[in-house]
Design a protein around this ligand. Sequence first.
Ligand code: S3P
Length: 169
Amino acid sequence: MDLKNIFIVGAMGSGKSSIGKLFAQSCQKQFLDTDHEIENDSKLDITTIFEKYGEEEFRKKETKLLEELSGVENHVVATGGGIILKQENADIMKKMGMIVFLDIDLKTQIKRVKYRKHRPLLENTDLEKRLKILKSERDPIYNTIADYIIDVSRKDKKTVVEEIKNKLL
Ligand code: S3P
């Protein structure tokens, strides 16, 4: 069995958690979600962490978590959209396994995140403008670090999972 880990990266609303979960189930890997792990460890939700301690502190928690995970094998790890902002995070993920980028177009992304709460970076802001800026800052990084890039904009989750499996396993 291939014991390598697979990290799912991409923008908010690209489906990292739901696709990651489905993918893990379908290939007998364990599933982990970095946002959930951070929430469990801190006993606070992401919004409260941002409010109380700020984004920088949240980013430190992401790095600490990845460092703690460094011994794990055979996991699918869904990550928060900004985890790639630190080069050291990308380095850790690369060392531990493969990185899959779920690429999504802006229109589809807006539809998906519109009514969702608990995303502090999207609160009290012009949604389209904000997502556009994040996209322009982050897509080049996702594209650079990914071992596999898949456009998820017009695909159902099962199709995405099958395509990732065909490519990576
Ligand atoms: C963030 C994305 C969120 C969460 C936090 C910051 C980001 O995760 O980690 O709100 O910087 O894009 P999702 O991508 O799972 O929504």
